[in-house]
Design a protein around this ligand. Structure first.
Ligand SMILES: [Mg+2]
Length: 365
């Protein structure tokens, strides 16, 4: 955990400016149910995009397939922000060609960050996963929504309030809260709890809970929902923080599963409150990165496999964006007239970032 503490210290040292727009009481955008709500929500079918790139191959309605990355992409980008699942790995398997591709990008001097909305692991947990897949990624390059929740609480000086956090979620959130010394309970410990709902029965809640953090929770139950409801509705000033609001997730590769949007929706439904969203597509993490590194947003490219989080995260925040087809979004869905979220480019996988190189090898073979 030592590395994580170091990373957190580094991160939090520069978090103040990045997180200041989301001081308590500010209003926040929420994306639920897979639909896009925000500045990039465009009705009426595909909207024309203004691509910064010069050479393209149009394969669909205004979305361009990457064919000449050495000309159109790599010279224009200093920093790549990669989503993980569906971009770097699928489930527990690294996608073919990714380790070599990351090495090539580093050799070109590109910076890269790995940003995931999955809150079930802490950054330490993700570092282990990168290691287990043979990917040499420094801990400082990893950003999870569990970390973002802790960083937000740190920025808003939650610890100084002397309050506690009630967690609807898994161990990743707990580990990140431990690192900043914020007391918490709930989470996995409340797995399987069933409130007594006989006549006159009630759930007693802790009046010192000052924030409820809601992340993906494979053991969500009515007790947790009731406990969160009591804290938010009855504890004055209690915050409602969502790690993310993804509509669906991919627990297995066989089908889509209800994502954290369903957990957040349950709490929203019984409190009438909008959460503070700290993961993608909220601007919190990109503001933090830009603040920490002094980055020019137009020199950053967001790469992901989801339209409603990854690409929206890019388009809403003034970044370049690229959708890969190695995850959950099909080419058909991307190019359909129902889709209103348009990346600058799309590619089969980030391995295609060096497709020109492959073409040269083939041509000379
Ligand atoms: Mg993904």
């Amino acid at each position: 955990m030592h590395f994580a503490k170091s990373a957190l210290s580094l991160a939090l040292a520069s978090t103040a400016r990045a997180f200041s727009p989301l001081a308590r009481g500010a209003s926040h955008r929420v994306v639920l149910g897979g639909g896009a709500v925000g500045s990039s929500s465009r009705g009426g079918g595909i909207t024309s995009i203004s691509s910064p790139y010069s050479s393209t191959t149009a394969l669909g309605a205004n979305v361009l397939k990457l064919t000449q990355p050495a000309k159109d992409l790599l010279p224009e980008v200093d920093v790549f922000i990669f989503d993980c699942d569906g971009v770097i790995w699928r489930g527990d398997s690294v996608i073919e060609g990714i380790p070599e591709t990351l090495e090539k990008l580093r050799a070109l001097g590109k910076k890269m960050y790995f940003v995931t909305n999955n809150s079930t692991k802490s950054r330490a947990g993700y570092k282990k996963k990168f290691d287990s897949l043979g990917l040499n990624v420094p801990a400082e390059e990893i950003f999870s929504s569990s970390f973002a929740a802790a960083a937000y609480l740190e920025q808003t000086k939650f610890k100084e309030s002397g309050k506690k956090v009630y967690v609807v979620g898994e161990v990743g959130i707990q580990e990140e809260l431990d690192l900043i010394g914020v007391p918490h309970f709930g989470g996995p410990e409340d797995k399987g709890k069933v409130p007594d709902m006989g006549p006159g029965c009630m759930v007693k809640h802790d009046h010192d809970v000052g924030a409820v953090v809601v992340g993906f929770d494979r053991h969500i139950n009515y007790y947790k929902i009731q406990y969160a409801q009591l804290c938010i509705n009855e504890n004055p000033g209690c915050e409602f923080i969502a790690t993310n609001t993804d509509a669906v997730t991919h627990l297995t590769d066989a089908q889509e599963w209800a994502g954290n949007g369903s957990m957040v929706g349950a709490i929203k439904g019984c409190t009438g409150r909008e959460p503070t969203v700290v993961g993608k597509p909220s601007p919190l993490m990109i503001d933090y990165l830009c603040s920490m590194l002094g980055l020019d947003k137009r020199r950053i490219c967001m790469v992901g496999d989801r339209l409603d989080t990854d690409v929206l995260f890019g388009t809403d925040n003034g970044l370049r964006s690229l959708l890969v087809l190695s995850g959950v979004t099909s080419e058909e869905k991307l190019l359909s007239h129902e889709n209103t979220i348009t990346p600058d480019f799309y590619a089969d996988s980030i391995v295609d970032f060096f497709i020109d190189e492959s073409a040269k090898v083939e041509a000379t073979a």
